[in-house]
Design a protein around this ligand. Structure first.
Ligand SMILES: Nc1ncnc2c1ncn2[C@@H]1O[C@H](COP(=O)(O)OP(=O)(O)O)[C@@H](O)[C@H]1O
Ligand SMILES: [Mg+2]
Length: 260
């Protein structure tokens, strides 16, 4: 579905965030992207969403080159924007409409989809947002904003869903709902997280990036999560001292402290 070939990307004059990366996302994959802060997960998702272009290497979506100039072509842009959606790490950056209802309806209207009202009602109900539909998004709590941003994307019923830290401000019940939805759907999902329990439940396949944006691992989630040396190399596990009932000892440890 999505193919990345020898991608190299750096922000402006900075050293490359992604030195070289090749990756194939297959239709139906539930792929979890793991890596420490700053290793390039959000950057990679923006590349996959065609928002930025690599300095070298190529991306193919369903065999078609994914470039700025390809996306300048209306037919391809409409198709790609309908089929591939990205939930940003900071969802408030996405919200700009006067009401939650308009926020969720915005994408489908822009893309000229049918049944906008019914779609909005369905996804608002699914995410428990019905009572908030007439409120301005900026008044909502962080978790509510994230749900609105999620509804605004799911309403497009994308084929390829890119999620950047989707559990960052959701309560546990909402994370559970999201995991069930993603597992049961036929959507291809790429989710960046450093929440290892979310990774364990959501993913079947796992990509681990090292702090320099290089591919450390591509394989089954259980194999990654069971490999503490790998997690330590990716800065996802940490050797530290702590106390159990008064006795202090030191060991290698994977954590699940929040996810932002
Ligand atoms: N818009 C941007 N402009 C310049 N540098 C950026 C931008 N976005 C991210 N970076 C830098 O790129 C690196 C990777 O960031 P990011 O992809 O957000 O990592 P992650 O999502 O894994 O935490 C960081 O060093 C970050 O400071
Ligand atoms: Mg990020």
């Amino acid at each position: 579905m999505l193919e990345l070939n020898d991608i190299r990307f750096g922000w402006e004059a900075d050293p490359p965030v992604i030195e070289t990366l090749s990756l194939k996302v297959r239709a139906g994959d539930k792929l979890v992207l793991l890596g420490a802060n700053g290793c390039g997960k959000s950057t990679l998702l923006k590349l996959m969403n065609g928002l930025i272009e690599p300095q070298s290497g190529s991306l193919l979506y369903e065999g078609m080159p994914l470039t700025k100039s390809a996306l300048a072509e209306r037919h391809f842009a409409r198709r790609f924007r309908t089929e591939c959606a990205l939930l940003f790490q900071h969802p408030e950056a996405m919200l700009f409409n006067p009401t939650v209802r308009e926020e969720i309806a915005y994408g489908p209207r822009q893309l000229g989809l049918a049944d906008v009202e019914a779609r909005v009602a369905h996804w608002a109900a699914a995410l428990g947002l019905t009572a908030l539909l007439d409120k301005p998004p900026f008044l909502l709590s962080g978790g509510e904003k994230q749900k609105v941003a999620l509804a605004a994307i799911l309403v497009l019923e994308p084929k390829l869903l890119l999620l950047d830290e989707p559990s960052a401000s959701l309560d546990p019940a909402s994370v559970g709902w999201l995991i069930d939805l993603l597992i049961e759907s036929s959507m291809t999902v790429v989710a960046a997280t450093h929440n290892l329990s979310l990774a364990a439940e959501l993913g079947s396949r796992c990509i681990v990036l090292d702090p320099r944006g290089r591919l450390l691992f591509d394989g089954p989630v259980e194999a990654a999560l069971g490999n503490l040396a790998l997690l330590e190399e990716a800065h996802l596990a940490h050797r530290h001292r702590h106390r159990h009932g008064g006795a202090q000892h030191s060991h290698l440890h994977a954590h699940d402290w929040g996810s932002s």
